[in-house]
Design a protein around this ligand. Structure first.
Ligand SMILES: C[S@@+](CC[C@H](N)C(=O)[O-])C[C@H]1O[C@@H](n2cnc3c(N)ncnc32)[C@H](O)[C@@H]1O
Length: 489
């Protein structure tokens, strides 16, 4: 739990739970844990059963809640859920709402975890909404099991709306806040590819069903819909809030709110190796940003990552040789670069990626391979025309600034970003510093993140692309360029 110190200051899980105590109290916990010769008790965080039992026992011991978590559903991690509730407490107290609090939890899940915690901890009145029948029924059961029907109501959402359906029935209800842990992903593939390979794997095993984790358009579209619907119901809720699973989506949402002139603030929830973000906005006259400012940054010094570039037969093993290859890869990815310093055995570049051209490469290549020869030939014809036009405009060479021409090949088209992958805010996706250096006859690439809406994760994805393509890049280009060469000759 390396980041526990960054948890909300009032989060009881800043101090890790006492497993010895849990094992002594609950036979269920004792059954899934192991004690070593010194009596130290551990559990296997990769095992969904162990996670389920841990959450169940912590809910009992710390909140006196008796919750049944179905096998097929998400196991809510308590430190994160509590971080969100504590941030809501801060927001409500900042706008001086201290009693008779009414909140909505959008997509409450099978455990109705947020309403249960909010009710027992703060006596808040909660309305949980849920679109999945199985989760809805289980949530009802969990509320009854804890005799919390007076404080918690549930509403099944059979519409496509996120919050609008709540206000469809007569009687204009007013709430202090709404909260949401949206399904993060748009496809199963996105879910599997979501984690940056450069980061440590999550400590916890995987739990949750597709209906809980996947939604059309992913969390970004879900949250954008919430913002859109919030405009129609600006007077019904004082504070709109949602959690966000990916930092780049948080940045896009912030840009959306800024461009609409909506007052907002945001925060970061840290727990163990997992970080999540949340954003709050209001149509009332609260200066949220100054009342509850975003967490103070930076926590860590910006650090660079070094990668050894192995020797390959297709290029001279020198910083100049490596530069040529890096340039090829950056060109292919439509990443703008500027060589701003070249001295001794060191070459420094400033790179800017404005669109995500590096994700889902395998899918795009598969698409390319599956194209009919007729379509390929048509595309290649179009390519020749577009590359002629582009070559006339030429690449801008300005001092040391070399910018690539926009030579759109069929592979480029296939690899070009989909609408969702395009940059949607004013800042670049990734702005970074690359350094090629020679040390004891070995060539290294050093990378340092400067800024950008895709965060460090985006830069590490680019590095992963470079690693994956370092050896194979030249033959790969040749293979896919072959038909084009044949036709243009
Ligand atoms: C990531 S889960 C979160 C569950 C729970 N709130 C938690 O934090 O553990 C998202 C939940 O939202 C539900 N959901 C998805 N779209 C919804 C909608 N339009 N209205 C209500 N619930 C929705 C899913 O069925 C799922 O239970």
């Amino acid at each position: 739990m390396a980041l526990n110190k960054y948890m909300h200051p009032r989060n009881i899980y800043k101090t890790p739970p006492n497993f010895e105590k849990l094992a002594a109290l609950y036979p269920e916990f004792s059954a899934i844990s192991n004690a070593d010769v010194t009596g130290k008790v551990t559990i296997n965080f990769k095992d969904p059963l162990a996670l389920r039992v841990l959450t169940k026992c912590l809910l009992k011991s710390d909140f006196n809640l008796d919750v049944d978590i179905p096998e097929s559903r998400l196991v809510p991690t308590l430190p994160l859920r509590l971080n969100y509730i504590l941030w809501l407490e801060d927001l409500l107290s900042a706008i001086q709402r201290n009693s008779d609090i009414k909140g909505i939890d959008i997509g409450t899940g099978a455990c109705a975890i947020y309403p249960l915690l909010a009710a027992v901890k703060n006596k808040w009145h909660m309305l949980g909404t849920e679109s999945d029948l199985k989760s809805f029924s289980k949530a009802e059961e969990n509320i009854q099991r804890n005799s919390l029907q007076d404080l918690i109501k549930l509403r099944k959402n059979d519409t496509k709306s996120v919050i609008k359906h709540v206000f469809m029935s007569p009687g204009n209800e007013e709430y202090d806040f709404c909260m949401c842990n949206p399904p993060f992903y748009s496809t199963l593939q996105e879910l599997c590819e979501s984690r940056s390979p450069a980061r440590l794997p999550p400590k916890n095993g995987f739990t949750g069903s597709p209906q809980e984790l996947i939604t059309e358009g992913g969390e970004l579209e879900f949250c954008r819909k919430l913002i859109l619907e919030s405009k129609e119901h600006r007077d019904n809720i004082l504070l709109y809030t949602t959690m966000v699973g990916h930092k780049y989506n948080l940045n896009v949402l912030i840009q959306d709110l800024k461009s609409e002139g909506i007052k907002f603030t945001h925060t970061e929830f840290c727990q163990g190796r997992v970080t999540r973000w949340a954003v709050a906005w209001t149509y009332k006259d609260y200066d949220l940003y100054n009342l509850v400012p975003p967490r103070d940054k930076p926590r860590k010094k910006s650090t660079s990552t070094m990668f050894l570039l192995p020797e390959i037969s297709s290029c001279k093993y020198s910083t100049d040789g490596a530069l040529e290859k890096i340039k090829e890869i950056l060109n292919r990815l439509n990443i703008i670069y500027k060589i701003f310093d070249k001295r001794g055995n060191t070459i420094s570049l400033d790179i800017i990626a404005n669109t995500n051209t590096w994700s889902n490469q395998r899918r795009k290549r598969r698409l390319m391979r599956n194209e009919s020869p007729a379509k390929k030939s048509k595309m290649n014809h179009e390519e020749n025309e577009s590359s002629n036009l582009d070559s006339q405009s030429g690449g801008e060479i300005n001092g040391n600034v070399e910018e690539k021409t926009n030579n759109t090949s069929s592979l480029d088209k296939c690899l070009s970003p989909t609408k969702e992958e395009s940059k949607e805010s004013d800042q670049p996706l990734v702005h970074a510093f690359f350094k090629l250096l020679k040390k004891e006859n070995e060539i290294f690439l050093e990378i340092e993140f400067l800024n950008g809406s895709a965060g460090k994760e985006g830069l590490h994805q680019i590095l992963q692309y470079i690693k994956n393509n370092w050896k194979y890049f030249l033959c790969f280009i040749f293979f896919y360029s072959l038909p084009k060469l044949t036709i243009s000759n």
